[in-house]
Design a protein around this ligand. Structure first.
Ligand SMILES: *Cc1c(COP(=O)(O)O)cnc(C)c1O
Length: 492
């Protein structure tokens, strides 16, 4: 029973935690002994990428059987390079390219793995039913989850995305998805509305006898699921190992990481890697104009009572960063009453105040900066002009934050910027940043960007052209639950 809820004394083994996605009390599953059980991070660092992933996952998620085999199946032939996530030197810094997988965003690293974990967990727990994967997406999780779960036996996947809240390419990726077990639906509202609809569906349906009688159980492909979070630690190790290999650092020296952040999953994985011993210095939380996390780290008050702004980095247009809850648990030494009080405050009043002493403790590990679309666009243009490197608007937030952060520190430890998506997922914004006119439709935009920069279009995006739209449904937030029920009745 090495997992427990962040909100109270609910315990689960790792396979159960992955199958449930979220605890019955609404909390997220955490391993309270993370960092206390011995983990030989130096040995892990010396392994090739897949063996490294297997070593880390076997430590975080015991009880899944042959992890080497699961990892091998998950990644075979899916990524552009054997390095999985190449580290590219740009100017004096390093960009960690997390978007070389099948859907051109960082979510592929974890969502290639999650279906294997779900299938293995079912085998380990003797669950012969169907896992219904509910997913809310701010743009990239949806496609990566569809790519991972489509036609996986024993699973059924639902993806809900905010209508008008994702880029046209992101939408095209999702609504053209084939597969017999796949449902994609737009929700009127923004990502937070979408996430609320899905969380309510969890609350309403996860205990449902009617579903259980039909062998259906719910789980999540969002980073609230520990099975989605755990596979994200590996690239912090991979980047570190690459820096050692190229002689930039010796093992044991500090590396700072800058992470474009929305739901706080990616950056939390970095913090977990640090807890396992990896010499991570500061984790720099880079937000867009939705600066709820920047304000939190500055003031200790988390306040979602503001309008969600639509920005050029839609995958970070989030006001409720779910995974922060796990961090609050850890930094308060597992004070579940405190975490519950904070989350109740957030749900009921829209805000909470975290104790000052603990916020100060968080500032030892985290720095936080935010940037506007205009500031991000300037970063895209400058990086292209000065370094010949083309980045997307999410990565641009990291470029901006890295500059700010550099001016606050005194040494020259390497800075690794997580590059979370291909610029071709957001061609309109990238063309505008480069001062080039953007044609009307998204495929012409991709072409224009490729002509202008000579950077090749990822095959997975180029092949979307001309694909048929298969999913056109649209519901209100209140319609999410009836929609799921209806679809499940129509058959699995
Ligand atoms: C999801 C996403 C993010 C934010 O990651 P979180 O884990 O939600 O903080 C940043 N950039 C891109 C491109 C993404 O798809």
């Amino acid at each position: 029973m090495n997992y427990q809820s962040t909100r109270g004394a609910l315990f689960a083994r790792a396979p159960e935690a992955v199958l449930k996605g979220i605890a019955e009390d609404g909390g997220l599953y955490v391993d309270p002994s993370l960092g206390e059980r011995p983990f030989d991070w130096r040995a892990a660092l010396a392994l090739p990428p897949l063996a490294m992933q297997s070593r880390i996952l076997a430590h975080l998620l015991p009880g899944f059987g042959d992890m080497d085999a699961l990892v091998a199946e998950a990644y075979a032939g899916k990524f552009e390079t054997d390095a999985l996530t190449p580290l590219v030197r740009v100017g004096g810094d390093y960009l960690l390219e997390l978007f070389r997988g099948p859907t051109a965003a960082f979510k592929d690293v974890a969502l290639s793995m999650l279906p294997r974990l779900v299938t293995a967990a079912k085998a380990q727990t003797g669950d012969r039913g169907t896992s219904v994967v509910l997913t809310a997406t701010s743009g990239d999780t949806g496609k990566a989850a569809l790519e991972g779960f489509h036609d996986v036996p024993g699973t059924r996947i639902f993806v809900f995305y905010p209508d008008g809240g994702v880029s046209k390419i992101q939408r095209a990726q999702m609504v053209t998805q084939e597969g017999a077990n796949v449902t994609v639906c737009a929700v009127r509202g923004n990502f937070d509305d979408c996430q609320t609809g899905v969380k309510r569906a969890f609350a309403a349906l996860s205990g449902s006898e009617a579903l259980r009688a039909r062998g259906l159980s719910l789980t999540s492909a969002n980073s609230i699921n520990i099975g989605r979070l755990a596979p994200q630690l590996v690239y912090y190790f991979l980047a570190y190992a690459a820096l050692v290999r190229e002689g930039r650092i010796a093992v044991g020296e500090r590396v700072d990481y800058v992470v474009p952040t929305g739901n706080f999953g990616d950056i939390l994985a970095g913090w977990m890697a640090k807890r396992l011993g990896l010499p991570v210095g500061k984790l720099v939380c880079a937000s867009n104009a939705n600066r709820v996390l920047t304000d939190f780290f500055e003031t200790g008050t988390y306040d979602r009572r503001r309008r969600l702004l639509r920005t050029d980095s839609p995958s970070m247009d989030i006001l409720v960063s779910s995974n922060l809850e796990r961090l609050l648990f850890y930094v308060s030494d597992g004070d579940t009453a405190l975490v519950r009080a904070c989350m109740d405050g957030l749900a009921k009043e829209g805000c909470y105040r975290f104790p000052e002493a603990l916020t100060e403790k968080l500032r030892e590990d985290f720095a936080a900066f935010c940037c506007t679309d205009a500031e991000g666009a300037a970063c895209i243009a400058r990086l292209w002009r000065e370094q010949g490197y083309l980045c997307d608007p999410h990565t641009a937030a990291a470029v901006f934050a890295a500059e700010r952060f550099r001016s606050t520190r005194t040494d020259d430890a390497p800075l690794v910027l997580l590059s979370t998506a291909s610029p071709y997922k957001f061609p309109a914004a990238v063309l505008a940043a480069l001062g080039a006119p953007a044609p009307e439709d998204e495929f012409s935009q991709m072409d224009a960007l490729a002509r202008l920069t000579g950077v090749p279009v990822p095959a997975a995006l180029a092949s979307l052209r001309g694909k048929k739209e298969l999913h056109g449904d649209l519901v209100d937030v209140d319609g999410v639950i009836p929609y799921i029920e209806k679809k499940l009745t129509e058959g699995v």
